[in-house]
Design a protein around this ligand. Sequence first.
Ligand SMILES: Cc1cc2nc3c(=O)[nH]c(=O)nc-3n(C[C@H](O)[C@H](O)[C@H](O)COP(=O)(O)O)c2cc1C
Length: 184
Amino acid sequence: MTPDELETLITARRSSLLIDASRSIDDAIIQRIISVAQWAPNHKRTWPLRIAVITGDSRSTLGNTIADAMAAQGDEAMKVTKTRGKFMRTPIVMVIAAAIGHSDNETEENKYAVAAGIQNMLLMAESFGLAALWGSPAKGANDAITTLCSMKLTDHVMGIVYLGWPTQSVGTPERPTSQITYLT
Ligand SMILES: Cc1cc2nc3c(=O)[nH]c(=O)nc-3n(C[C@H](O)[C@H](O)[C@H](O)COP(=O)(O)O)c2cc1C
């Protein structure tokens, strides 16, 4: 791969939910997308990545689990209702979490490693022509999600990634120029 090709892949990646919910993705593709997450940098090789792959009726279970947690903490009824069905919008969703470290610093760096892993996954998905979106988990639903996904209560859900074949392309949001200090 040339630098130009890599740059094209990185800049072509978009966050999109314009996805065909009825078109499945081959397991082999999913496995390749998952496996690149582990190739992100990982301080002290703590391997904090935790992933749950959710398809079929379990997408609805995930929605209801999160919605119930939201309702229990008094979230707005409209948001709760929307959450029940939101994971049915794509054929697959992945819950991605970071394991706790032995210190606050290690826990923080574990999150950096998992965030880098998620970006690897998004780029791999883009290379297959898939659409994806990294969504934030509902606040206060961490324990409900980790319990459903057979993770530890100490695992921190970094995101819920929606994945599927695109139905349309989306616009490209402008990027500001980076704030860079050059010391020479
Ligand atoms: C940590 C994180 C959480 C995000 N959560 C959401 C979300 O909950 N809902 C959403 O629509 N987009 C979410 N996004 C996607 C951003 O909105 C998106 O990256 C941004 O608009 C730039 O668009 P682009 O990814 O197409 O370049 C999230 C992105 C990150 C990195």
